[in-house]
Design a protein around this ligand. Sequence first.
Ligand code: BDR
Ligand code: CA
Length: 302
Amino acid sequence: PRNIIIDTDPGIDDAAAITIAVRNPALNVQLISTVAANVEVEKTTQNALKLMEFLEADIPVAKGCDAPLLKKLEPCPEIHGVSGMDGYDFPEVKRQPLQKHAVEVMREMLMESEEKITLAALATHTNIAILLRLYPEVKEKIDEIVMMGGGLSGGNTNTVAEFNLYNDPHAAYMVFESGLPITMLGLDVTNKALLRKDTIEKIKESGKEGEMLYSLFEHYRSGTFESGLRIHDACVMAYMLKPELFQTEKLYVGMVTEGYAAGATVAGKVNPIAPGREPNVNVCVDVDEVAFEEWFAGEFCR
Ligand code: BDR
Ligand code: CA
């Protein structure tokens, strides 16, 4: 199996991605590190713990950064609800997060691991940027960063910026410039990879996990049951489990960190600032949307 650390802000689409990753034996989830983005970090941490308890998964949860590097946190409860995961009545959480900061736990886990680990980045990059800045030696242990964020043509928080990168453009800049292998699943694919009503209903009937996700999806404001829900973060798991669903292109991706366009990604075959440089990102530019929906349903309806 592929070893992964999930850096996340659950988050309804995060919950779907995490559920798939935990259940699929091809992925070995070693840690859930949380960050502030969709909602405050206390809430994203509680939500991660709720999921681990519900899934009966023995995976540690570590609480990470409570704010972006330089900007003020701008959560989006209008998409995920006030708790960040509204819609399902999870039993009381008995588990605790680890006592150490997520960045410290990530470092320890990476340095102690004999095999390389993939970072599945489902949120704003604050934890990852601090990890790479404080402990650059971890780079040798990171196989790849597979991230949901950005886009080649347009945003969702505003006309140019996608939410995860909008929230902490400086952290995203540090990640894109890190020299690590990066695969980006941006809005170009995640806005197309939809779950429609029939599929969501099939998933509901598949068991307790399906029922839980159905209840969350009923409260999720990223799309509609009728025309399709955007389960952005699940695309990261789809890419790791079934890369053939996606068409990719190696591009140079730069981050805008300041001004009106802060949070926007600018991509092209050539880096406009340093024309000789190699492309830094493997960008998923298209997805087989029918096969994606079948894959997603198949993760539950086996
Ligand atoms: C991203 O923003 C968050 O609200 C979602 O969880 C996803 O990671 C989509 O732009
Ligand atoms: Ca997320």
